[in-house]
Design a protein around this ligand. Structure first.
Ligand code: NAD
Ligand code: MG
Length: 395
């Protein structure tokens, strides 16, 4: 009986919220996992601190301006970690033999290229970056299948569905699945009317009641765009048509999602809202490994509530369904317009309700084209960014 091989993990988005959870789980199992590559966008000092703690072979700063500081900082710390800069370095390392597992935890469409590179190289991908599936879901799934890559969802809802399905390879019909129920916390503004959302501030929007996350996904949770992106994510990950996906608001965030089967049975996955659980599922699968997360004490929690989402107050959820139904480049347009709008909202340049208005504007202005080439998808992404930025600047 030989010990399991040491898995070499690349953590892209290492300085973020998911990155921290991934490194926490990896550090609990030094005999099984090693952070071989750490990558961040612009935060050189935070990346250096992680390199001191985890001693990776390679460190990447996506912003090329940070290269000298990273290289010199690694040297000053006495580390042999090699410094790299720029998005191409991410793609090359994702595809190289330096790692067998890639934690895709960059935020936004910026994560697509390295995720595609890892997929084409047949890696195990712990996919947190849902935007890459929204933008290029068909391409990403095709490349993963062709190269034998394993995509393990990290998003808590999709991890729940993944855990409830007996075999991720069987089609939903073979698995006897009738529908998928995605749960949503409802975010910090659950229960508010449209009028009550007019004056909400970025600080209120990022104060999520249940999850501690990066700023972009926190705003997405407040608008319910996050759930819309997750519907599209589930559609691609599990090859399930939109009609068979439902969204349920569940404020306690303990039931992470459910799968209903044709015999009337429904399976759910429950746990505390801590992403280390889903990262442990992704690292260990099909085995279970310690994550540092306690079990659920249902007696203390007391109750589980469910309600329907309010798509009048939170139109982003409806816009995402519409974009998925329109297909082609429409989800890429939705995602790009949303990224630009959320960034402007976080900078205090637009109001909260302008986010859905700007996304609707991009979707109605730009015709959806075919989604069969990466160039076409990236062109749609760029056009949606321009239209949305212009609408913000001239507003
Ligand atoms: P975050 O803002 O905390 O971290 C983002 C990370 O991406 C940082 O390390 C940053 O340096 C890096 N980054 C940003 N732009 C980059 C670029 N251009 N090139 C390379 N790296 C770049 O975000 P997060 O909350 O950790 O979320 C990361 C991803 O995981 C998002 O797609 C989010 O939707 C998804 N996700 C997060 C959670 C959560 O609990 N935080 C849950 C589900 C899904
Ligand atoms: Mg989620």
């Amino acid at each position: 009986h030989s010990p399991p091989a040491l898995r070499q993990v690349a953590v892209f988005g290492a300085t973020g919220s998911i990155g921290a959870s991934a490194l926490d789980v990896i550090a609990r199992h030094p005999d099984r996992y090693r952070a071989a590559v750490l990558a961040a966008g612009t935060q050189v000092q935070a990346l250096l601190a992680l390199c001191v703690a985890h001693r990776p072979d390679h460190a990447v700063i996506a912003d090329a301006a940070g290269f000298a500081a990273l290289r010199d900082g690694l040297r000053a710390a006495g580390l042999s970690t090699q410094a790299h800069a720029g998005p191409d370095a991410l793609d090359q390392l994702a595809a190289s033999d330096i790692c067998d597992t890639v934690v895709a935890a960059i935020v936004g469409a910026a994560g697509l290229s390295s995720t595609l590179a890892a997929a084409s190289a047949g890696k195990r991908i712990l996919l947190a970056n849902k935007e890459s599936l929204v933008l290029a879901g068909e391409l990403l799934m095709q490349r993963a299948t062709a190269a034998g890559a394993e995509i393990i969802p990290i998003d808590s809802e999709h991890s729940a569905i993944f855990q409830c399905l007996r075999s991720r390879d069987a089609s939903l019909d073979q698995a006897g699945v009738r529908r998928i129920l995605l749960t949503a916390s409802g975010g910090p503004f659950r229960g508010r009317s449209r009028a009550e959302l007019e004056q909400v501030t970025p600080a209120q929007a990022v104060a999520h009641p249940k999850w501690s996350m990066g700023p972009k996904i926190s705003v997405d949770s407040a608008t319910l765009m996050n759930k819309g992106l997750e519907v599209i994510e589930a559609h691609h990950l599990f090859n399930v048509p939109g009609e068979r996906i439902e969204v349920l608001v569940h404020p306690q965030s303990l039931v992470h999602s459910l799968v209903e089967f044709i015999d009337g049975s429904t399976l759910a996955q429950l746990g505390l809202p801590d992403m280390r659980t889903t990262l442990a599922v992704g690292l260990g699968w099909p085995q279970r490994i310690e994550s540092g997360v306690a079990g659920l004490d249902l007696l203390t929690q007391g109750r589980l509530d469910f309600e329907a989402p309010d798509t009048d107050a939170f139109p982003c959820l409806r816009l995402a369904w519409q974009a998925m139904a329109a297909g082609g480049t429409a989800p890429a347009i939705l995602n790009a317009a949303n990224e630009v709008a959320v960034s402007a909202f976080l900078q205090g340049r637009i109001a909260f309700l302008n986010i859905p208005a700007l996304v609707a504007n991009a979707l109605s202005t730009l015709p959806a084209g075919p989604a069969d080439t990466l160039e076409g998808l990236l062109a749609a992404d760029q056009r949606a960014r321009q239209i949305t930025q212009t609408a913000i600047d001239t507003h």
